[in-house]
Ligand binder design. Structure first.
Ligand code: OSB
Ligand code: MG
Length: 370
């Protein structure tokens, strides 16, 4: 049983160690909402991956904090649930807002796994003790800078290089990278920056032996992705446009892509992420775990999810030290030779650094059972 006795909401702003440019624009810091659920003398912690502005999907940090306070937390505070899926069902009647709902669900999974004294990954059905990781590299100033950045990360052992592209900056970085590194596993991510009118340019990517082209078309589209997939040889990977296992089923049935990027929060939490994984396996489609520049809390959740057997392509869960001078957790999450160890211990296996978070959090709220 899982009794939710209290909840804490925090909001931390972390400066990024690198300038992250995508087709959305440039990012230099990350706003990280954190939720701590308390029950039975234990704590479960989660991170919100919605952004300050609705660029990636429609959710925002401000909207999520409001919904958590006014709508979602009141539904679970003081209640007892058989397990995290029963808790998530209490939020089931609400539409959309999956990243906000995922904060409650994911904190509940961490709390539940700690209650059972089990690592989260094992509870979800995973077996791996380390997971393969790649790296997502932002748009660079020119080809030379792109090749130099790729070189640094290839030398660190990352198992896949993903280049962010946008119209006007696509064939150039990919050609330069492929010429310099003929053997690496290489992918691109457009974050919805193209339309079917760009089919010729996207088809030209076929000659570079990319493992996939991630989300070239609109964030809410599957039909045009299916049309495009009929015209390019490289598999398309769906990110933004899969918000549920049903979306995954429809996308794969339509032929909108051959690979799925699973982001646990985008689909509403661990249980739905596992259902997306199961649907993809039934279609024979590989999946991998995406990232949203998470702090150590979200990163640890991602690593545990990646232990499921269908995660056969390297994820975006690269070393935390790439992103932050100081993380919100006490542990280091560092990959060696492209392998990220799964944190040991119950739950996510990581601990909120209360001293640091207490000093930098821009918000602190405690919500108690009525
Ligand atoms: O599309 O995968 C994406 C970051 C923010 C929003 C969307 C995306 C990304 C990344 C970064 O690609 C992955 C990471 O390093 O966490
Ligand atoms: Mg993406």
């Amino acid at each position: 049983m899982l009794t939710i006795e209290a909840a804490e909401l925090l909001l931390v702003r972390l400066p990024l160690k690198f300038r992250f440019e995508t087709s959305f624009g440039v990012q230099t810091e990350k706003l990280v909402p954190l939720l701590v659920l308390h029950g039975g003398g234990l704590q479960g912690v989660s991170e919100g991956t919605m952004e300050a502005a609705p660029m990636y999907r429609e959710e925002t940090v401000a909207g999520a904090l409001h919904l958590l306070r006014e709508v979602f937390l009141p539904r679970v505070l003081g209640q007892t649930f058989a397990n995290p899926e029963a808790l998530a069902a209490a939020l089931g009647p609400f539409r959309g807002n999956r990243m906000a709902r995922a904060m409650v669900e994911m904190a509940a999974w961490d709390l539940w796994a700690r209650t059972l004294d089990t690592p989260l990954g094992a509870l979800l059905g995973g077996h791996k003790t380390e997971v393969e990781v790649g790296v997502s590299l932002g748009i660079q100033a020119d080809e030379a800078a792109t090749v130099e950045t790729v070189r640094r990360h290839v030398e660190q052992g990352y198992r896949r290089i993903k280049l962010k592209i946008k119209p006007g900056w696509d064939l150039q970085p990919v050609r330069a990278t492929r010429e310099a590194f003929p053997g690496i596993r290489l992918t691109v991510d457009a974050n919805s920056a193209y339309t079917l009118a760009d089919t010729g340019r996207l088809r030209a990517l076929d000659e570079f032996d990319l493992t996939y082209i991630e989300q070239p078309l609109a964030w809410d589209d599957l039909v045009d992705h299916a049309t495009l997939q009929g015209r390019v040889r490289t598999p398309l990977c769906l990110d933004e446009s899969v918000a549920s296992a049903q979306d995954a089923r429809k996308g794969l049935a339509l032929g909108a892509g051959g690979v799925i990027n699973i982001k646990v929060a985008r689909v509403g939490g661990h249980a739905e992420a596992r259902r997306v994984h199961d649907v993809a396996r039934a279609f024979g489609a590989p999946v991998w775990c995406g990232g949203m520049l998470e702090s150590g809390i979200g990163r640890a959740h991602n690593i545990h999810l990646s232990t499921l057997p269908g995660f056969t392509l390297p994820g975006d869960t690269s070393s935390a030290s790439r992103y932050w001078e100081t993380d919100v957790i006490e542990e280091a999450l560092e990959a060696t030779d492209g392998l990220m160890p799964v944190p040991q211990g119950p739950g996510t296996g990581v601990t909120l650094n209360r001293d640091f978070v207490g000093r930098v959090s821009e918000l602190y709220e405690e919500h108690r059972a009525p």
